[in-house]
Design a protein around this ligand. Structure first.
Ligand SMILES: [Zn+2]
Length: 319
């Protein structure tokens, strides 16, 4: 326990202030005149895509030069495991709903001032926002997942920590199978004259997340980049309880969007959330593709620098 915690403390100490957030220009949301939401200037393909991010602004050089870039494939050797109990995650429920925005580059839930926070190794980080990528940016031991949620936190010293949570599709198959198993068990108990507990007849862990289903029920109201809607009331405790049943895979990486600043403390949850196929399709149609390609092993040459060397070597005229 202690050694795992100290590994995060070291990781957190290595973090430097980061003035920008993965998936968003800033949690403060520079609002255009008239109260509109400014949409992102970068994209995910072509002239504004990840291969060109470093050329969009002089401040984005880390996107092409950085050696600790995110996302990465979460394979052994790339992360330290932190027990969920070592990350004190608190997210109050939102009975009034939250602001749910379409930033053009992602959809985002605003959490500034909500009281949501984490405390890791004695350092408190306030939750600023959470947003989504489709498909996932991190790879779960090499496997891409349908979506990934990023919960962005910032400390008083401007250090940034992001919790990543994979989102899978609830096909109903698992829950149906478990339900059948539970029912069979209940029938057996009934036959033996035993009392049946109601809890043996339900299975909530394999089902779609009510919190995400509720949030995404408003997705069609923010189809257009730059729009915002007040979500329905959200029970955030469901999300916290689910995440707490797993661990975190922690490493020091970067923002996955320009300016790709390094020193970000990443914690990717081992516990996944699920959404229904219908919700996934609706979200996909609004978010489209917004995932940066997986970067090289931490500490090795940036993929774009490596690509440039490759081009230079193959385009050399034959001697
Ligand atoms: Zn992100």
């Amino acid at each position: 326990m202690a050694s795992r915690l100290s590994s995060f403390a070291l990781l957190a100490m290595a973090a430097s202030p980061v003035f920008g957030f993965c998936g968003s220009r800033t949690h403060l949301h520079t609002r255009a005149e008239g109260g509109g939401i400014e949409v992102g200037k970068f994209g995910y393909f072509g002239e504004t895509g990840p291969f060109k991010w470093a050329t969009l602004d002089a401040a984005n050089s880390a996107c092409a030069m950085g050696k600790n870039q995110s996302p990465i494939s979460m394979v052994d050797g790339q992360f330290n495991v932190i027990g969920a109990s070592e990350v004190k995650l608190e997210i109050p429920d939102a009975p009034q709903g939250i602001e749910f925005e379409n930033l053009g580059t992602t959809i985002e839930g605003v959490m500034e001032g909500s009281g949501a926070k984490i405390n890791v190794g004695g350092t408190e980080f306030e939750m600023k926002q959470f947003h989504f990528h489709q498909p996932s940016e991190h790879l779960d031991n090499g496997t891409s997942m349908p979506m990934e949620m990023h919960m962005v936190f910032q400390s008083a010293e401007k250090e940034v920590s992001v919790i990543g949570v994979y989102i899978d599709i609830d096909t109903g198959a698992n829950s149906a199978a478990l339900q059948a198993r539970h029912q069979a068990m209940a029938n057996k108990r009934f036959a033996a004259g035993m009392k049946i507990m109601p809890s043996t007849l339900t299975n909530s862990t394999a089902a779609a997340s009510t919190m995400l289903e509720t949030l995404f029920s408003s997705i069609e109201e923010i189809k257009t980049p730059g729009t915002v809607v007040k979500s329905k009331p959200l029970v955030m405790s469901e999300l916290v309880d689910t995440i707490k049943t797993g661990n975190f895979q922690a490493y020091s990486g970067s923002l996955t969007t320009p300016p790709c600043t390094e020193g970000v403390s990443w914690m990717v949850a081992t516990q996944k959330l699920k959404i229904s196929t219908a919700s996934y399709e609706k979200v996909r149609n609004v978010v489209k593709f917004n995932s940066r390609f997986a970067q090289n092993t931490l500490g090795s040459t940036n993929m774009l620098s490596m690509g440039a060397e490759t081009v230079a070597s193959v385009s050399k005229p034959a001697a």
